[in-house]
Design a protein around this ligand. Structure first.
Ligand code: AMP
Length: 415
């Protein structure tokens, strides 16, 4: 199987070739011909499967085949994604693969001024890559016209639903022509996604490239049981002694990400934090520093990390376990990408026991536990119930009520 078999134009093949890809990934092998035939697709594919090229290449091919005559430049393709980062990355792919085609694209996301976007829209673009909220702002102000859209892509649809974009998505779709091609990509297919899909897709080709959670199987996973207060010390030790140079660290909250990055800096390890409260410029700068190796650790919340395209990441650390088990799978999917092995470590303290069991249930396997010498969990913590039980049933050793360390996961704000 080669990219030459799809009937893509020489301009696209040249760009693909320059990327050094010779074999289409499984999702590309299925999605590219299906999209070129003009039908709708519904694809279960996670980040790291090559899904972006899977929809971008045939989309560019179709747009360039039917280029409109004259000077008018209506928006003909709309790609909706959940986050600013993903928006920027998808556009980067559109630019890369479309390098030799006369098509214009732009990104639309919130947190930056409207006016530059308005001006750019006015000059005319063929392809919009947008987050739903800001796109709706433009629709309300009538600064964007979506009446000529031929192709709609929903990328990471499950994540958009998780983030509460369902109403925004429906509003955007109601402004699009009924006659259009719709491509829906989602890591998982929940009932909610199927419901969304049934209303907007027309006899879609279903594409399933790999069983859910396969990313998890390529990655070496280990749990280090440790006291909450010793997590940072253990992380610093592992990074220093292992001489790890590029580590993506997940925390559950934005505040936790900031604090940990500061503390790691104090330990003499270059670290930056990336989360939704940071300005776009700060996030872009942190990611660039991390990619260039100027900082060794990037501390991120789940939403901020979603869609970050960092290739061959060798180490992912769960400083806190995520409150949703599927997020664990997304997180560790950041390592071991495109066939490279990777290592995912989780620093798990006593009040995360239930989260760990939920994750192991989703993975359908137990994760190896390794206690690191010098970082054994406090024996008193080990004897504590995993979650607070009604008082009096199981007193903590010593009989007294120990102050609770950390917060029970169920009370922790998500991200
Ligand atoms: P995605 O799942 O779209 O985020 O892509 C994951 C990574 O795979 C990206 O860094 C792409 O550059 C890379 N990639 C996409 N298609 C191919 C291919 N056919 N061969 C090798 N790498 C690829």
């Amino acid at each position: 199987m080669s990219f030459n078999n799809f009937g893509l134009s020489a301009a696209l093949l040249r760009a693909v070739n320059e990327q050094g890809y010779d074999t289409p990934t499984p999702v590309q092998a299925q999605a590219i011909p299906a999209v070129l035939e003009g039908g709708d697709i519904m694809a279960a594919a996670q980040t790291g499967t090559g899904k972006t090229a899977g929809f971008t290449l045939p989309m560019l091919e179709l747009l360039s085949r039917n280029a409109p005559k004259g000077h008018a430049r209506p928006v003909r393709a709309l790609i909706l994604t959940p986050t600013r980062e993903l928006t920027a990355q998808v556009q980067e792919s559109v630019n890369t693969y479309g390098r030799y085609l006369p098509l214009r694209s732009m990104v639309i996301f919130g947190g930056v001024g409207m006016q530059p976007q308005v001006q750019k829209l006015r000059r005319g673009v063929d392809i919009l890559v947008a987050t739903p909220g800001r796109l709706l702002d433009h629709m309300r102000q009538r600064t964007v016209d979506l009446s000529q859209v031929e192709i709609l892509v929903l990328d990471e649809a499950d994540r958009m639903l998780d983030m509460g974009f369902i109403h925004d998505i429906r509003k955007v779709i109601s402004a699009l022509p009924k006659q259009r091609q719709t491509l829906l990509f989602s890591a998982t297919f929940s009932d909610e996604i199927r419901k969304l899909a049934s209303g907007m897709l027309n006899q879609p080709t279903q594409i399933e490239v790999a069983r859910r959670n396969t990313a998890a199987e390529m990655v070496t996973q280990v749990v280090h049981p440790v006291s909450r207060d010793s997590k940072r010390g253990l992380l610093s030790k592992l990074v220093s002694e292992g001489n790890w140079q590029q580590v993506l660290v997940f925390t559950r909250t934005k505040h936790g990400a900031d604090r940990l990055a500061r503390q790691l800096e104090q330990d003499g390890l270059g670290a930056a934090a990336i989360h939704g409260n940071k300005s776009q410029a700060a996030r872009t700068r942190a990611l660039a520093q991390f990619k260039q190796g100027k900082v060794r650790l990037l501390v991120a919340t789940d939403i901020a990390a979603r869609g970050l395209d960092i290739e061959q990441l060798p180490h992912v650390v769960n400083f806190d376990l995520p409150s949703v088990p599927e997020d664990y799978v997304h997180r560790i999917g950041r390592t071991g990408r495109a066939g490279y092995g990777g290592k995912a470590l989780s620093l798990v303290c006593v009040d995360e026991g239930k989260l760990l069991r939920d994750i192991e249930r989703v993975l359908n396997k137990s994760i190896e536990k390794q206690v690191v010498a010098g970082f054994e969990p406090d024996p008193a913590e080990r004897a504590q119930p995993l979650f607070k039980k009604p008082m009096g049933r199981r007193p903590a050793p010593g009989g007294g009520r120990r102050p609770q360390r950390g917060r029970p996961a169920s009370a922790a704000g998500r991200r």
